[in-house]
Structure formats: structure tokens, C-alpha cells
Design a protein around this ligand. Structure first.
Ligand code: IZC
Ligand code: ZN
Length: 454
């Protein structure tokens, strides 16, 4: 059995149909954003109750022109396709081989683009150094900034392709990618342009986010008013440049004690909103910093990390959760794990309070060098106390909502992109159960088979 990641981009999108048959079950994730008790509902179509994967009533998914056109009982789907003027003869078939079928996974928080690596920091942490101490000493984000500024566009593209391929082979079909390793306008623009280009190349969709406020830039750090001077530079130079370039959809800020405080984060995100860049935040990753409160106040698309939110911050997210478009809590357990933390995000409290929870890899060279959402699901189950079904909803429908892609990604419903994973295991519970294993049988992106291990 060989792994094939099949190249090809948007232009090669399917012009006819694909029918996925032979599934043990299909987790459709239909029905919209999950919160509270519904976080645990995956919309399962189960073949075992209708006579097995090859029964005429077994569940199938049909795609046409890159979008889902039907999901349900095979006999009913086939009849509806014919009735809609889509002859079955125009559908290629793919056999799920008794595996589970889910939507393509959505990774809503990555720092995809960087140069270099930071394995030395792991040793420093084992010896007792903290994340912020390493940053203050000129390591951490600043080390990656130096390497990234020196990297060519070609090198960044090559790096991006390498890791997007790795993510795709693990089931991820849509990725958010932050800038933030430039901290000057030319490099931030270069990172956003590369992210955009990678998405255009496909097959993985890439959503670029501007994160100029990832750390105070090296040119400003020696000054007594360094943080304020850098915020002024962000507002007067970087933001107008990023807005004029037009690649970023979102603006993110690392709101954390010792990085940007809540007041600075508010000013940056409000200025970004005025340019049409929508807010999301690194909130309370390490200590309570007012990040969750600010995310709720601004109606941010997401509050990310939440390793140490205040009780008031949780209250604010819970209040926002009853509104029309709640702020999604994007939890990143591979980061707290890699930072040797014993304390993780309060996933159970958030779910019980009705806050929609998503999960991401936080892929980055310092605190989470893993491209694997299935591994993150395992950590969510083992360390955050989430159920496998809650974790699956967190990397599909809720992650898509957190990126403003609810109409396109995250569920197997009519009209969504035909992005799906065929797993080599038959149940949702088995995805987090096999940590680090090779569980993907095939991946379909916009109706095309792009990974095929059959
Ligand atoms: O490079 O350290 N937390 N940003 C905020 C990171 C982690 C990435 C890094
Ligand atoms: Zn991050």
C-alpha cells in the first residue's frame, strides 16, 4: 500500500460526480454549530443498523462539480440523483472499504509559514526555563523571525507545500495560516502572499490571517516605550499595508501578559476592523490576561488557547455563546502538552457553559511542531476530557464556523465543498484511540481524490 498525495489545484476541480460507497458509517456533522450538549452529536449515518456497508440502504455521499449534492441511504440518493438529471453513469465510485467517512478536517489555528526550527527550547524548558523567559532572552518567536526574514519566497513556498502535504495526508483539507514571523511590513506581506498562493495552488484551502502583533518587533525592543512604539508602527504602517495588499481575511493579536495587554490588543483589533480585517485572538494562553473578555467584547470569531482564562473571561464567552454568532473557543492541547504544562484549557467547563469548542494544531516551530489534527483529538480526549465525538465536531463544523467558512466546509451537507476523509477505522471513537497511527485511507478535496491509499 503506498501513500499518494496527488498534486493539482483549483483548475483541476471535478467536472462530474463522485459517489462514496461501502462506509461503515458516515459522520455528516450536519446541522450547524455545536455547543453544549450538541457538541457531542456527529450526525451519524450508521450502516450496521441497515444491513452493513454494502446494503442497498447503506449510507453514501454524492458529490458533483466539487460540492456535496446528497448524503443518505444509497437507494434514495441514487434515485434523487437520477431525478435531478445527474445520471449515475457520470459518477466515479470510491469504496470506503468498511471505514468511517467524515468531513475533511479544518485546522483553524496554524503558524504554517516559518523558517528554521527550535528544538533547543525543549531542552531549555526541561531545565526549567519558561516560554516568556526564552522570548525575553531573544529566542522563541524572535529566533524564528530572524530565520524567516532571511528566507526567500521560494523557500517559504517549498516549506508550505511540504507541511500542507503532511496535513492533507492526515485528513486536513482546510487550514488557517497566520503571518507573524516577520514583524516588519515587507516580511509580513511576503508571508501573507505565500499563504494566499499556496491556497490558490491547492488542493488544501488556506485562509490567511495577519498576526503582526505576535511579539514586539526586534527593532523596538531596546526602547523603554518599545511596546507602545511598536503598536503605533502596527497602526500606522503595517495595518494600512496589509489592508492594501488584500490577502488577509483576519487580524490576530497575541494578547498575553508580557506580550500585548488587553488595551493594546483592543486598539490593534479595532483598527484592523476599520480596514475590514476581522478579529480573532491568542487569549490567555499562559496566564489570565483579559483575552477571553476582549474576544467576547469585540465579537471575535475565536478566542484561542484559553489555557488560563479568568472566571470573568469564561462568563463573557458563555454570555456571547447565546448570541447569534458566538465566539468559538479554539483549544490547542498539543501546545500545552509541548510546553510541559500540567494545566490545560477548561474544555469541560466551556462546553457545559454552552461555548462552542474547536480544536487546532497551532502548528509552529516553538510550541507545537505537529501537523496532526488526529493527534490533537487524542490529546483533547486524554487531557481535556472531551469525548471523541466532541473532538470530531471541534475539528470539523466548529472549526469551519470559527473561520467564517460554515457555508463551505466542516460538514457533509448539500452545497458544501466535497471535502471528506475515508478512514481506515470504522468508528469515530477509534480516531483518537490510535495516537500517532496512520489512519487515513483516502482524502477527497472539492470532489477530487487527492490522497489514495486504497
Ligand atoms: O513561535 O512561539 N504562542 N505564539 C504564541 C506561539 C506560541 C508560536 C511561537
Ligand atoms: Zn498560535
Amino acid at each position: 500500500m503506498t501513500l499518494r498525495v496527488i498534486p493539482g489545484g483549483r483548475g483541476a476541480a471535478a467536472t462530474s460526480g463522485l459517489l462514496v460507497t461501502g462506509a461503515a458509517a458516515i459522520a455528516t456533522l450536519a446541522g450547524g454549530l455545536r455547543r453544549g450538549a450538541t457538541q457531542d452529536e456527529v450526525g451519524l449515518l450508521d450502516a450496521s443498523v441497515v444491513g452493513g456497508p454494502d446494503a442497498p440502504t447503506a449510507p453514501v455521499v454524492a458529490a458533483w462539480d466539487g460540492r456535496i449534492v446528497a448524503a443518505g441511504r444509497r437507494d434514495a440518493v441514487e434515485a434523487s440523483l437520477e431525478a435531478a438529471g445527474l445520471p449515475l453513469a457520470r459518477f466515479a465510485r470510491i469504496d470506503a472499504g468498511g471505514g468511517l467517512v467524515t468531513p475533511g478536517l479544518v485546522d483553524p489555528h496554524t503558524h504554517l509559514l516559518f523558517a528554521g526550527s527550535r528544538e533547543g527550547e525543549l531542552r531549555l524548558r526541561q531545565q526549567g526555563a519558561s516560554y516568556l523567559e526564552i522570548l525575553e532572552a531573544g529566542g522563541g518567536i524572535l529566533a524564528t523571525v530572524a530565520a524567516t526574514r532571511a528566507a526567500s519566497v521560494e523557500a517559504l513556498l517549498e516549506h508550505g507545500r511540504r507541511w500542507l502535504d503532511a496535513m492533507l495526508a492526515l485528513g486536513t483539507t482546510t487550514v488557517e495560516a497566520k503571518s507573524g514571523y516577520g514583524l516588519d511590513l515587507p516580511t509580513e506581506l511576503r508571508l501573507l502572499e505565500v499563504a494566499h498562493q499556496l491556497g490558490t495552488e491547492g488542493p488544501v484551502d488556506v485562509v490567511p490571517t495577519y498576526l503582526g502583533a505576535h511579539a514586539v518587533g526586534p527593532e523596538f525592543r531596546a526602547r523603554p516605550d518599545g511596546a507602545e512604539a511598536y503598536v503605533k508602527h502596527l497602526l500606522e504602517v503595517q495595518l494600512p499595508g496589509v489592508a492594501a495588499q488584500g490577502r488577509a481575511r483576519f487580524c490576530d493579536v497575541f494578547c498575553e501578559r508580557g506580550v500585548f495587554d488587553a488595551d493594546q490588543s483592543r486598539r490593534i483589533l479595532q483598527a484592523a476592523q476599520a480596514y475590514g480585517l476581522e478579529p480573532r485572538l491568542h487569549a490567555d494562553e499562559l496566564v489570565p490576561s483579559g483575552g477571553a473578555e476582549l474576544a467576547a467584547e469585540l465579537g471575535a470569531w475565536s478566542a484561542d488557547h484559553l489555557g488560563a482564562p479568568s472566571p470573568e473571561g469564561i462568563d463573557a464567552l458563555a454570555t456571547a455563546a447565546s448570541g447569534e454568532r458566538p465566539t468559538v473557543a479554539i483549544l490547542l492541547p498539543s501546545t500545552s502538552w509541548f510546553l510541559l504544562k500540567r494545566r490545560h484549557a477548561p474544555a469541560r467547563t466551556l462546553i457545559e457553559r454552552g461555548v462552542p469548542v474547536a480544536l487546532g494544531t497551532d502548528f509552529n516551530p516553538g510550541t507545537s511542531p505537529t501537523p496532526s489534527l488526529p493527534l490533537v483529538m487524542t490529546l483533547a480526549v486524554l487531557e481535556l476530557g472531551m469525548t471523541p465525538a466532541e473532538a470530531l465536531a471541534a475539528v470539523t463544523v466548529n472549526a469551519a464556523h470559527a473561520l467564517g467558512l460554515a457555508e463551505d466546509a466542516g460538514s457533509l451537507e448539500t452545497g458544501r465543498w466535497a471535502d471528506l476523509v475515508i478512514w481506515r477505522v470504522p468508528s469515530v471513537d477509534q480516531i483518537p484511540y490510535w495516537p500517532g497511527a496512520d489512519l487515513v485511507r483516502a482524502v477527497v478535496k472539492r470532489g477530487r481524490i487527492v490522497v489514495d491509499r486504497v
